[in-house]
Design a protein around this ligand. Structure first.
Ligand code: ADP
Ligand code: ZN
Ligand code: ZN
Length: 760
C-alpha cells in the first residue's frame, strides 16, 4: 500500500539544494485526494504547461511506479519543498466534483472514522467514467423492430413468432433507447442470445457509438398520477409544502402498509422534476426494484437510472456520466448511490428507512439512511424517510422536533389491516421434522379451499440450519468460521452463510465414519416446501429465496406469477416481506416468529417487530380480508403482544424506555472495535494493547475485549470492544485518539464500526 511518502521524489533523482520557495511556485502546488485509504491528501506540482485546475477537478498523477486519478482537494500550502513534488500529468475532461459532495465525503469520512480517500473511492467507483468515452457497440430498436412491436396482431416476423423474451427486449430498447447488448439483456431479463437473434432478424440494429449514449427519455413530471384519496391528498399537500420549501428538511412519511406511501412520494418527485432538480431514491432491496420500476414507468413514462451491483460495468459507467452531466434526472439505487456526483440534486427519498440493509458493514462502514440525511443537510435540500415501521432513531428524532412527520393511517381503498393472532407452540405436539402447527395447517386448507393464496414466511435459507451425526453427536462446521454449515438440498451442497464455503454433503460422518448417520436439524425454507408438498399435494408451491433466484428479473417474474395466481403457496425468506402486492394473498403464516430475537443485538426486538409487521402487511391488501398466524414459543414476549394487538406506538414507547435506561442508541452513542488476525495470539496481543490504552473519560465506558460471537471468520480470529458514550461526548474524537496510540503489526487489522448494527 502506498504511504504518504509516495510523493517524495523517487530515489535516483539528484537531490537539489533546498531553495526559497517563491510565490509563483507555491501558486502551482495543489493538494490532491486519491481514492485510496491514505492518511490524507498529497501535494503535487502543476507543470507550467498546464493550467492550475480548479478545486474538485479530476487529474492524473504519478503515484509510486504507477499512475492514479485523484481530485483536487484544496487545503493549505505544502510542507514538502516545492522542488521535491511530483508533477501532475493531465487534467481530465470530467465535470469537477461539487463543493457540497466534497464536503459530504469529508464529513462522512470523519463521522465513520474512515480515510477520506476510501470514501472518495465510493464516489468514483467506475474509473473509466472519468475518461472520454471510447467508441463502442450498442444496440437499438430498428424501424422493422418498432413496426413489429406496435403491430397489434401480436407481431410475427420472418423469424417466426415474437416470443415473450424477444418482445421484452424490443420494449426495453423502445423505452430505453440505445444501450449495450449486455444491458439490454439484463433489463429485459433474458440471455444475450435473444438480443443477438433479434439483431440477426433485423429487428434490432447494431450501432457504433463514438461519444456518450443519447440521453435516456426524461421522466415526465406533468402526467397525472392516480386520483389520490382524501388522506393521501392531505399527506401529499403536507409533504409538498415541506419539499418545495427551500433548504434542508427531514420529513418522515409514516403510513401503514398499503396506504399509498409510494403514490404520495411520487408527487414530491414530480414536483422536484418540475423544478428542474435531480432526485435520488434509495431502496433497500434491489430484488424488489422491478415492481417499483414498473410503477415508476407507469407514472413518469420513463425508466429511472439504476445504480446497484447488478448493473453491468458499462451501465454503471453510463449512469455515473449521466448523473454528473445532469442528463440523468432520477436515480434509484442501493446505498452506494449516495456517493454519485449529482450537480442538481433537489430531493432524496429513503424508502423503507428502517431497513437494516442500509447499514454497510464491509469496507467503509456507514448507515446509508443517516448519511443521506447528512448529504441533504450539506446540500441544503429536503429528504423524505418512508416507512410503515420507522426506526426508533427516526421516531425519537420526530419526538425531539428535528424531523416532521406526515402520516397515512389507513390502507388505500378501504382494505382493512390484517388480523394477527399468535399460535402458542409450547402446546403443539409436532412430529419430528414437522414445523407447521395444526392451526396453521387448518388455516392454509381453508384459504386454499376459498381459492386464495398463502404466504409462509421463514427467514432461513437452505434446507436445515444444522446437520449432526446421530451416532456420535458431531456437528458439521465451517472449516474457517465459528458457524454451522447449512444444508442446501436443492443444489446438493453444504454452505457457510458467513464466508461462502461450500462442500458436498459427506456420505460418512467425518468424525466416527458411521454411514447414513447425518441428520438435518431445524427448518429452512427448502424443508418447509417439502412439508407443504406432503400436506397439500394439490397446492402449487413456489420458493422465493435469494440463492434460488437468478437476479431481480427472476424475482419479478415470480412476483408476476403470484399476481396471476399461478401459485397457491409462496414460501420465502425476508425478500418476500417487502413491497409485494398480491391481491389474492389472504393468509400469512410466520413459521418461527422468535427467530430474530436471540443473540446480543440491541435492536433485536425492534427488528423483529418491523420485519414481522412488514410480512403481515402482505395479507389482505385488497377486498378480501387478511389473516396472519405467528408461531411462537414466547407468546408473552412484548414484541409478540404488540404485533397481536397492533399497538405499535406502545411497543415503541416501551422500547424507547428500555434503551433510555440502558443509555443505548438513540439515547447514547455506540461504537464497536473489532481486532482480527490470522493467529489468536496476535489478535489477543493487539486487543490487550488497546485495552491498556482505553479511554478513561467521564461519560465513556469500554466493554471488552472479548472473543466475538463469530470468534473465527474466514480463518481470522476476532476480538471485540464495545464503546458506550453519552450523547454529549464527541465519540469520534475519543476513538481517534485511542486508536492512534496503538500500533498494528503483521496480519492484525482493526475495524471501527460507528453505530454498529451487527454484534457478531
Ligand atoms: P405503500 O407504499 O404504503 O405500501 P402503495 O403505494 O404500494 O402503498 O399502495 C398500495 C396499493 O394501492 C398499490 O397497488 C397502489 O397502486 C394502490 N394505490 C395506492 N393509492 C392509490 C390511488 N390513489 N389510486 C389507485 N391506486 C392506489
Ligand atoms: Zn458421527
Ligand atoms: Zn465460513
Amino acid at each position: 500500500m502506498p504511504d504518504s511518502r509516495a510523493n517524495c521524489a523517487r530515489d535516483g533523482v539528484p537531490a537539489q539544494a533546498p531553495r526559497p520557495t517563491d510565490a509563483a511556485d507555491v501558486a502551482r502546488v495543489v493538494r490532491l485526494l486519491l481514492p485510496l485509504p491514505l492518511a490524507g491528501p498529497l501535494d503535487y506540482l502543476v507543470p507550467d504547461e498546464l493550467a492550475v485546475p480548479e478545486a474538485g477537478s479530476f487529474v492524473r498523477v504519478p503515484l509510486g511506479s504507477r499512475r492514479a486519478i485523484g481530485v483536487i482537494w484544496g487545503g493549505v500550502a505544502p510542507d514538502v519543498p516545492v522542488d521535491r513534488l511530483k508533477p501532475l500529468v493531465e487534467s481530465l475532461p470530467t465535470p469537477p466534483l461539487e463543493p457540497a459532495l466534497r464536503a459530504f465525503i469529508e464529513r462522512a469520512a470523519a463521522y465513520n472514522l474512515a480515510p477520506a480517500g476510501a470514501v472518495l473511492r465510493m464516489a468514483m467507483s467506475v474509473e473509466d467514467a472519468l475518461l472520454p468515452p471510447r467508441p463502442r457497440r450498442l444496440c437499438a430498436i430498428s424501424a422493422a423492430g418498432a413496426a413489429v412491436l406496435h403491430n397489434p396482431d401480436g407481431g410475427t416476423s420472418g423469424d417466426g413468432k415474437l416470443t415473450a423474451a424477444r418482445r421484452r427486449v424490443l420494449e426495453t430498447l423502445h423505452e430505453q433507447g440505445a444501450c449495450a447488448v449486455t444491458e439490454a439483456s439484463r433489463l429485459a431479463g433474458c440471455g444475450v442470445g435473444v438480443v443477438r437473434t433479434l439483431i440477426g432478424a433485423g429487428l434490432v440494429d447494431e450501432v457504433l457509438l463514438a461519444g456518450d449514449p443519447p440521453a435516456p427519455p426524461l421522466p415526465r413530471w406533468d402526467t397525472e398520477g392516480p386520483a389520490l384519496s382524501r388522506d393521501q391528498q392531505n399527506a401529499a399537500d403536507r409533504l409538498l409544502a415541506r419539499t418545495q420549501a427551500d433548504g434542508f428538511s427531514v420529513t418522515v412519511l409514516d403510513g401503514v402498509t398499503g396506504s399509498g406511501k409510494t403514490e404520495t412520494y411520487f408527487a414530491a418527485i414530480a414536483s422536484a422534476l418540475a423544478a428542474e432538480r435531480q432526485v435520488l431514491v434509495l431502496l433497500p432491496e434491489i430484488a424488489l426494484s422491478a415492481q417499483w420500476l414498473h410503477r415508476f414507468r407507469r407514472r413518469f413514462g420513463a425508466t429511472p437510472v439504476e445504480w446497484h451491483s447488478d448493473v453491468s460495468h458499462a451501465g454503471r459507467r453510463d449512469a455515473w456520466r449521466g448523473v454528473a452531466s445532469g442528463r440523468a434526472r432520477v436515480v434509484v439505487g442501493a446505498r452506494s448511490a449516495l456517493f454519485l456526483p449529482f450537480p442538481e440534486l433537489g430531493l432524496i427519498i429513503v424508502d423503507e428507512e428502517h431497513d437494516p440493509s442500509f447499514k454497510q458493514e464491509d469496507g467503509v462502514s456507514y448507515q446509508a439512511r443517516d448519511m443521506a440525511v447528512l448529504r441533504a443537510s450539506i446540500a441544503g435540500i429536503p429528504i423524505v424517510l418512508v416507512s410503515a415501521t420507522p426506526s426508533l432513531e427516526t421516531v425519537i428524532n420526530v419526538a425531539r422536533g428535528r424531523y416532521a412527520r406526515v402520516a397515512l393511517p389507513r390502507r388505500h381503498a378501504e382494505a382493512a389491516l390484517p388480523e394477527i393472532s399468535l399460535v402458542d407452540m409450547r402446546r403443539e405436539r409436532l412430529e419430528s421434522g414437522r414445523f407447521l402447527s395444526a392451526r396453521l395447517v387448518e388455516a392454509v386448507s381453508t384459504t386454499l379451499a376459498a381459492g386464495e393464496q398463502v404466504l409462509l414466511f421463514l427467514n432461513r435459507r437452505g434446507y436445515a440450519p444444522l446437520t449432526l451425526c446421530r451416532a456420535c453427536g458431531f456437528r458439521l462446521q465451517c472449516p474457517s468460521c465459528t458457524a454451522w454449515l447449512v444444508e442446501h438440498r436443492f443444489n446438493g451442497r453444504l454452505m457457510c452463510h458467513h464466508c461462502g464455503y461450500q462442500a458436498p454433503l459427506p456420505a460418512l460422518c467425518p468424525e466416527c465414519l458411521a454411514s447414513g448417520s447425518l441428520v438435518p436439524c431445524g427448518p429452512g425454507v427448502e424443508r418447509l416446501k417439502e412439508e407443504v408438498a406432503v400436506r397439500f399435494p394439490a397446492a402449487r408451491t413456489a420458493l422465493m429465496v435469494s440463492d434460488l433466484l437468478a437476479g431481480p428479473r427472476a424475482a419479478a417474474e415470480l412476483a408476476d406469477a403470484m399476481v396471476a395466481h399461478r401459485y397457491d403457496v409462496l414460501i420465502g425468506t425476508q425478500i418476500v416481506a417487502k413491497g409485494h402486492h398480491f391481491p389474492m394473498l389472504t393468509l400469512v403464516g410466520v413459521v418461527d416468529a422468535d427467530l430474530g430475537l436471540s443473540g446480543g443485538d440491541l435492536r433485536a426486538a425492534e427488528r423483529t417487530y418491523q420485519l414481522l409487521h412488514q410480512v403481515a402487511g402482505r395479507a389482505g391488501r385488497e377486498q378480501r380480508p387478511g389473516h396472519v398466524l405467528l408461531q411462537t414459543y414466547m407468546p408473552e414476549q412484548p414484541v409478540m403482544r404488540a404485533l397481536a394487538s397492533g399497538d405499535r406506538d406502545g411497543f415503541l414507547e416501551a422500547e424507547a424506555a428500555s434503551r433510555r435506561t440502558a443509555a443505548l442508541p438513540p439515547f447514547g452513542r455506540l461504537a464497536a472495535l473489532i481486532v482480527s488476525a490470522n493467529e489468536p495470539e496476535a489478535a489477543d496481543f493487539t486487543a490487550q494493547a488497546l485495552a491498556r490504552a482505553a479511554p478513561q473519560l467521564p461519560g465513556v465506558s469500554v466493554l471488552g475485549p472479548a472473543p466475538a460471537p463469530l470468534a473465527i471468520l474466514r480463518g481470522r480470529h476476532r476480538r471485540r470492544f464495545l464503546v458506550k458514550a453519552e450523547r454529549s461526548v464527541n465519540l469520534q474524537a475519543v476513538l481517534r485518539d485511542w486508536v492512534s496510540r496503538v500500533k498494528l503489526s503483521g496480519s492484525t487489522r482493526l475495524q471501527i464500526d460507528v453505530d454498529p448494527y451487527s454484534f457478531l
